[in-house]
Design a protein around this ligand. Structure first.
Ligand code: 4AD
Ligand code: MG
Length: 511
């Protein structure tokens, strides 16, 4: 494992694998890590990754020194190396180009790398997340997340929004008091921010259109696939807008994000098996339903029928998978060829995880159908209700005008129907559920103060927030888009933990 002469490597000394296309027929030197090595007699096929892509490097016996050939032949996965060679077009190489190797230097050897090409369970991978990040799927997701972040920033910057970084240490709750991570700030009780919104409202009175984009924290005791305790949120806040303007802004934002990912990350989407056709269908207008319409839909016979049909599909898929698993188990037990057993093992782990997921969905189906049938006007939509609604539509759905008592204190009361607020949630399709929550803000001092009293929030704690209603109160609203949930939807990951480099979830803090 010795470290062999790592000197300071100037940028530009190596060609990025992604740029090899500009060097066809020329010599190039790359540096990276050995992703996979395979020998075929006088030839070695080394897959080297450098962060920008993967390149097949072909080493021919006799073309390099025998000692080097032997060393490369036994080089462990994830060893760090430098490779020089002639760039050739090769459709069978992962990036479309390969190097005919003329020289190589091992920078640092790796032995016994824990994440092998063999299948591993998600728990093992998460415990090795610091290494797992080097694997194909986390790499693809990281690239897509990067595009989403960039698309969000560009979207707001191009529309006259000013970025305002709101504090992470806060003195007041923006969402449910019960989910605050509390801290002691030199004797003063404070908390980690749940949202930048309240501070952003103050900034909107200075700059008109503002946004923040940072980490937010919720001590939610939810072990669901949708909940992180630390997640990133992009929040715009706009002066002199109304609810329909706000909804259009959210619609344009989501379209801009999806468009950019389709443009910039097609290969990554393909590698992870995202539903590219469904993403291409994401276009304006999205569906718009009121909460009351959703409540009626959930309790309708249409929903019960939908749930029964879905159950049939799930059961059919279960029997398909079960028989395929039996076939693969036979291969695993019977085949004499190692590569056949490896291939079967890899497929098995995927199918077993799909099966576990299916079992859960089959078990939950009648429970969720019952919850939907018993849904009562006045409650917030539950996770299963959101899933059902978002499965019934092939494009994102806006749900607006929730009951006042189900939502946060700052949401503006609808003057034409005081039982509801001027708010919306955006549900992503295919069962992904809520990715955005937003509303107009109550600008009337008396109404806001009364609502805070009802919620047991002390007015003196919110003195500066109330000041905004004292000095030139203005119609305004905004929303928050959850980054990991958006990335999970776009990449087709069922669980949000895959969509952030180092996830923080309730029951497990891996590293
Ligand atoms: O609906 P939420 O709670 O809204 C707010 O925080 C508002 N103050 C935003 C605003 O109006 N400026 O959260 C907004 C979004 C959700 O739709 C969801 O995508 C994400 O943040 N989110 C979470 N993502 C992962 N884990 C959690 N525990 C999340 N809680 C909310
Ligand atoms: Mg919400």
């Amino acid at each position: 494992m010795g470290l062999v002469a790592i000197s300071f490597v100037a940028m530009g000394m190596y060609i990025r694998i992604a740029d090899l296309k500009d060097y066809i027929g020329k010599q190039a030197r790359i540096a990276g890590w050995l992703y996979h090595g395979r020998s075929a007699g006088k030839l070695l096929f080394l897959l080297v990754r450098d962060g920008s892509g993967i390149c097949q490097c072909v080493v021919e016996k006799g073309k390099v020194h025998d000692d080097l050939f032997a060393q490369l032949d036994h080089l462990g996965q994830e060893s760090c190396l430098e490779v020089t060679g002639l760039v050739r077009q090769e459709p069978r190489s992962p990036g479309g180009y390969e190097l005919a190797v003329t020289g190589a230097r091992i920078i640092a050897k790796a032995e016994g790398y824990p994440i092998t090409p063999k299948p591993h369970g998600i728990d093992f991978l998460m415990r090795n997340r610091h290494l797992h990040l080097r694997s194909r799927i986390p790499w693809c997701i990281a690239r897509i997340r990067h595009t989403v972040v960039d698309a969000i920033r560009r979207f707001f910057n191009d529309r006259g929004f000013t970025l305002v970084d709101t504090p992470i240490i806060t003195t007041i709750a923006g969402e449910e008091v019960g989910s605050l991570f509390r801290l002691d700030y030199f004797g003063q009780p404070v908390a980690l921010t749940q949202t930048g919104q309240l501070y952003l409202e103050a900034a909107a009175a200075s700059l008109g259109r503002v946004y923040c984009f940072g980490p937010t924290f919720r001590a939610e005791k939810s072990k669901t696939r949708r909940h992180l305790t630390e997640f990133w949120m992009a929040e715009p806040e706009v002066a002199f807008i109304n609810l329909s303007g706000l909804i259009e802004l959210a619609e344009d934002l989501v379209c801009a994000i999806v468009e950019r990912v389709l443009e910039d990350n097609h290969p990554e989407l393909e590698t992870i098996g995202a539903d590219i056709e469904a993403l291409a269908r994401v276009s304006k207008p999205f569906y718009r339903l009121t909460y009351t319409q959703v409540a009626d839909l959930l309790t309708s016979s249409k929903t019960q029928q939908f749930m029964q049909d879905q159950l049939q599909v799930l059961v059919a898929r279960r029997s398909e998978i079960t028989s395929r698993i039996a076939e693969l188990e036979a291969v695993l037990a019977g085949s004499s060829k190692q590569w056949q057993r490896d291939k079967a093992a890899a497929e098995l782990i995927e199918l077993r995880s799909e099966l576990a997921d299916l079992e859960l969905r089959i078990e939950n189906n009648p429970k969720h159908a019952q919850l939907a049938a018993q849904f009562q006007w006045g409650k917030d939509l539950g996770g299963s209700d959101e899933t059902i609604v978002s499965q019934m539509f092939d494009k994102p759905v806006f749900v607006t005008h929730y009951p006042r008592q189900a939502k946060a204190f700052y949401m503006r009361q609808d003057r034409s129907d005081p039982k509801v607020v001027e708010n919306f949630d955006l549900l992503a399709p295919n069962g992904f559920g809520e990715i955005i929550g937003g509303s107009m803000r109550e600008e009337d001092y008396e109404l806001l103060a009364a609502r805070m009293d009802q919620e047991g929030l002390k007015q003196e704690d919110y003195w500066w927030y109330l000041d905004l209603r004292r000095y030139g109160s203005f119609p305004h609203g905004g929303f928050g888009l959850g980054l990991e949930r958006t990335v999970a939807w776009i990449t087709g990951q069922r669980h949000v933990r895959q969509c952030i480099a180092f996830p923080r979830i309730m029951d497990k803090l891996y590293l």
